[in-house]
Design a protein around this ligand. Structure first.
Ligand SMILES: [Zn+2]
Ligand SMILES: [Zn+2]
Length: 146
């Protein structure tokens, strides 16, 4: 029912916190009903997956994401995680680790992302010296190993 409402653009019963999100072409549309935990990720996989010096990921419970009619295409990027993207325009959509109840949303997809600044750095072993965003924030190295 909720997915049909999203597709038709009808009114929602608004959660206290919700954010609309979409890919570049608009085919993938979804809503996040939880405030994400936002951080930079500088790992080389996120760099390649986004074509950028770092990813900015916002983590929420998988159950807090309501997908529209179309779902993103999945790509198993490592033995421990799956990345999703729009199969039409290629926008990175999310990252999910196997067995986790959370999903990391690429924040550039999210409306009102200006209200969701990153709080820390991750994967700092891959941090590029000329990428100077968030200098005041703490950082850790990547812990996933496989
Ligand atoms: Zn798209
Ligand atoms: Zn990463």
């Amino acid at each position: 029912m909720e997915l049909r409402q999203l597709h038709l653009g009808l009114d929602w019963v608004h959660a206290p916190t919700s954010y609309d999100a979409a890919c570049l072409c608009g085919r993938i549309q979804f809503r996040i009903n939880e405030k994400p935990r936002v951080h930079y990720c500088h790992c080389t996989m996120c760099q390649r997956a986004t074509g950028s010096p770092a990813a900015v990921l916002g983590w929420v419970k998988k159950t807090a994401v309501l997908w529209g009619k179309e779902h993103p295409t999945e790509y198993r990027s490592s033995p421990v995680a799956v990345r999703s993207f729009c199969g039409v325009c290629g926008s990175p959509i999310c990252l999910a680790y196997d067995g986790s109840d959370e999903v990391g949303i690429h924040l550039g997809c999210v409306s009102l992302s200006k209200e969701l600044p990153p709080y820390y750095h991750y994967g700092i072993e891959g941090r590029l010296p000329w990428f100077d965003a968030g200098k005041e924030l703490e950082g850790t190295v990547t812990s996933e190993k496989w």
